[in-house]
Design a protein around this ligand. Structure first.
Ligand SMILES: Nc1ncnc2c1ncn2[C@@H]1O[C@H](COP(=O)(O)OP(=O)(O)O)[C@@H](O)[C@H]1O
Ligand SMILES: [Mg+2]
Length: 271
């Protein structure tokens, strides 16, 4: 498999993408980045959603953003000015998106700028929040990526979008792909109104890396700029779900939905 130059530097870069808006890309990107950082790894999280910048809000740092990824790629600002350190977890570094993308740059310029910022901040993992291929951003950032996390929900239109994204990524040379099922509602799977895991895997042809429950607590926390890791102890299933994906990204071998009791887990795996 051909990677785009980051392997020798020991930096692993993942796009977090999907064809559809609103499936939870930014939520998944921010929480997985935090979970990997909580796991002891230095992380760079980059917002490349040029039409709907939102990671600054999700991280709760919107007031502090001065420069963005376009400033970095075009050389208007250095990495020292552009990269922000998370106030909760020093290993999590963040580059915001501009409100509007006015600059033109090439995939090579983008990849070089992101890789050099990741090196400067000693990051081992880079996560890039990227909308689907429609506005051309996927094509712009794919060169920087070693792999992709494709986010989907139960919705058939989203599942179709995830399959399509997989093919588009493959055409762009991003062959290492993983599926994240977000807003998973186990009740609707058990009563047959939503498709189960096997159906979702079969219909996307992408291997599963994690299942994130639908969580009202997470949604509420997000409004206050809080992440899953800040939820109360008795509301932590969603935090454990992100943690599970982070551990798998870091190379641990753990079962899917390890955060559920074994009997429940097995029932859901086969439904
Ligand atoms: N696992 C989840 N449980 C509950 N709400 C979620 C979950 N993931 C995302 N959301 C909510 O869905 C909405 C869209 O999420 P967002 O991450 O902005 O999607 P995208 O980046 O794909 O457009 C937000 O209001 C967010 O709080
Ligand atoms: Mg988003």
């Amino acid at each position: 498999m051909e990677f785009s130059g980051s392997v020798q530097q020991n930096i692993k870069t993942f796009l977090i993408t999907s064809c559809k808006g609103g499936v939870g890309k930014s939520t998944v990107a921010a929480n997985i980045a935090m979970a990997v950082a909580n796991h002891g790894k230095r992380v760079l999280l980059v917002d490349c959603d040029f039409s709907n910048r939102s990671l600054d809000l999700i991280l709760g740092c919107e007031e502090d953003v001065m420069y963005d990824i376009c400033d970095l790629v075009t050389g208007r600002a250095t990495a020292a000015r552009t990269v922000m350190q998370d106030s909760r977890e020093a290993r999590l570094n963040f580059i915001a998106a501009p409100h509007f993308k006015r600059d033109d740059f090439t995939p090579e310029q983008f990849a070089e700028a992101v890789m050099s910022a990741a090196k400067e901040y000693f990051c081992e993992y880079v996560f890039i929040d990227t909308p689907g291929a429609v506005d051309g951003t996927l094509q712009l950032v794919a060169k920087a990526a070693d792999g992709a996390l494709i986010v989907t929900s139960h919705q058939p239109t989203t599942v179709r979008g995830a399959e399509k994204t997989g093919y588009q990524l493959e055409d762009l040379g991003v062959k290492e792909q993983y599926l994240v099922i977000n807003r998973y509602d186990k009740k609707s799977v058990l009563d047959g109104t939503s498709p189960g895991l096997n159906w979702l895997i079969d219909h996307t042809h992408v291997p599963l890396i994690g299942v994130i429950p639908d969580s009202k607590d997470l949604e509420k926390a997000q409004i206050a700029g809080k992440l899953a890791c800040e939820l109360r102890r008795d509301r932590q299933k969603v935090r454990d779900a992100f943690d599970e994906v982070a551990r798998r990204i870091c190379g641990e071998r753990i079962p899917i939905m390890s955060y559920l009791p074994e009997k429940k887990r097995r029932k859901l795996l086969y439904s």
